[in-house]
Design a protein around this ligand. Structure first.
Ligand SMILES: Nc1ncnc2c1ncn2[C@@H]1O[C@H](COP(=O)(O)OP(=O)(O)OP(=O)(O)O)[C@@H](O)[C@H]1O
Length: 326
């Protein structure tokens, strides 16, 4: 395993332009992902997880843009890549799966053809070879009778099967990094578990690094080695997944832990089970001064409303952004 991280995000800022004014929707976000590592971004809706992942693959569009910071993939700065190089990177080395596969699949094309296209376009396979490879790819994502299924159109499949097809397409070219943004949110619980297991097994078998995004800390902690907790565009804590549960440092993380059905009782701050964090994530243009979590924080003092806490490294690795962390 090479020492250099596969992905390095350094002080990323993403601006949201509204009426000529730029607001930092994401600010000072830094994290790294090593080859083969699973890293999760967690936080409530609107914290900036999705736009962070879009920035990594050059897919931010107006009114959003990268305002500052660097993103390096395998040592290369992605902001310096031409649109053509970026497209190639997306097809060959970084791929994505989303919450709703229907938006990514072509409704008018049989699924076998859509998988085969990946092998033809990115691997130079002939259509004949590509058909064989697509049957293999469907078998790998545990789709039964793949030689018959390749002729199906997306609407003929269940949500879980469509997500398997998306995973087959995403992993067809054996990418180094898979971005998975809420890949199971639209599925029912049993199917959700199967899909997560599939992502975990396939990425482990191929050594694919995964950036998993979810609002569900339980899911992220189960799937990922390290976890970044985002709140209002900032990374407020970054830890090994196991430590997030055992000793959350940021009150927001503690709130997320306390709101989990089975683990709530263990949280340092939330003794009650299923304790909710009161309030909502503010809109980008109304982020509070000081610590952005301070209006919702039970531990907030005067300084939290006036001064940005900055980042503190934690003794056992990781970091926290809080004036009163423990
Ligand atoms: N195209 C856009 N135009 C205006 N604001 C946007 C746009 N896309 C995202 N935002 C805003 O940027 C912030 C971060 O959005 P983002 O989608 O990254 O959040 P998230 O944490 O992934 O939540 P979700 O799970 O709901 O997608 C939100 O306040 C959102 O409203």
């Amino acid at each position: 395993m090479s020492e250099q991280p596969l992905l390095e995000v350094e002080n990323l800022r993403i601006d949201l332009t509204v009426g000529g004014t730029k607001f930092p929707a994401v600010q000072d976000v830094s994290f790294t992902i090593k080859r083969g590592e699973t890293f999760g971004l967690v936080g409530e809706s609107g914290c900036g997880k999705s736009i962070t992942s879009l920035a990594l693959i050059g897919l931010l569009r107006h009114p959003l843009s990268i305002g500052a910071g660097t993103i390096r993939f395998d040592g290369r700065e992605i902001q310096a890549l031409s649109p053509g190089e970026m497209r190639k990177l997306r097809g060959d080395r970084i791929s994505m799966i989303f919450q709703e596969p229907m938006t990514a699949l072509n409704p008018l094309s049989p699924i076998g053809r859509q998988i085969a296209e990946m092998f033809v376009l990115h691997r130079g396979a002939t259509w004949k070879e590509a058909e064989r490879l697509s049957i293999e790819a469907l078998a790998n994502v545990r789709v039964p009778a793949p030689e018959r299924r390749i002729k199906d159109y997306p609407h003929q499949l269940s949500g879980g099967m469509r997500q398997r097809v998306m995973i087959a397409i995403a992993l067809a070219c054996e990418p180094d990094l898979l971005l998975a943004d809420e890949p199971t949110t639209a599925l029912d619980v049993t199917v959700q578990a199967e899909i997560l297991e599939l992502i975990r097994d396939l990425s482990a078998a191929k050594g694919t690094a995964v950036l998993m995004i979810s609002h569900d800390l339980g899911l992220i902690a189960n799937m990922c080695r390290r976890v970044g907790v985002m709140y209002a565009g900032r990374l407020v804590e970054e830890r090994f997944a196991t430590e997030v549960f055992q000793s959350p440092s940021h009150p927001y993380t503690s709130g997320l832990v306390a709101s989990l059905p089975l683990l709530g009782a263990r949280s340092k701050y939330g003794r009650q089970r299923l304790k909710e964090i009161s309030g909502v994530v503010p809109p980008v243009a109304a982020f509070p001064t000081g610590c952005r979590f301070n209006p919702r924080c039970y531990a907030a003092t005067e300084v939290c409303g006036t001064e940005d806490p900055g980042v503190t490294p934690l003794a056992r690795g990781g970091l926290v952004r809080c004036h009163h962390h423990e």
